[in-house]
Design a protein around this ligand. Sequence first.
Ligand code: CA
Ligand code: CA
Length: 190
Amino acid sequence: MGLNQVKLEDQAHGSIAKYTQLKRDDIRVWQDRFIQQCNPGSTTMNKEQFCKFYQELRPTENVKRLSENIFRAFDLNGDHGVTFSEFLMAYVSTTEAPLEDKLRYAFNVYDIDRNCSIDRAEILLILRAMFQLLGMSDDKARKYSYDQCADTIMKNLDVNEDQRISKEEFIQGLIRDPFLQSLMNPFQHV
Ligand SMILES: [Ca+2]
Ligand SMILES: [Ca+2]
């Protein structure tokens, strides 16, 4: 590794440490583990690599269907790759950080087209994966009915009734409503 690269890595680790409160040694351990899964010479994961890695990190969860959406949520700059910094900051935010931080990432999971709001179609798509994550049998899922569920969610979260849920509406709404939170927050069950 060249001197410049070392310098860059040091800077990156500095900001990760500040954000996550992790010790530099721990960050290095995470980095080694992360890089092993990337293509040789790369420090960025593609979707396939990420999904495999994430499922290994959360083996008890049925995250398979959701992991592609979690990839998108973690890929903050939207370049279809998750860098080590993006990964570790997101992973710590969704496992150890306060609820509000988890919900910020949860919002990204639902905002499939990245237009900073969630519509009913996006809710329906993610709900199916959430029900699977929650281990609900088809029967139980049918009882709740996705459509009914989406209606309840829109009614409770879309405060200004513009048929879209903003990030603020999403976060405040789920903090207010523990039932919806348990149904909708993919990071609650870690
Ligand atoms: Ca990215
Ligand atoms: Ca959207």
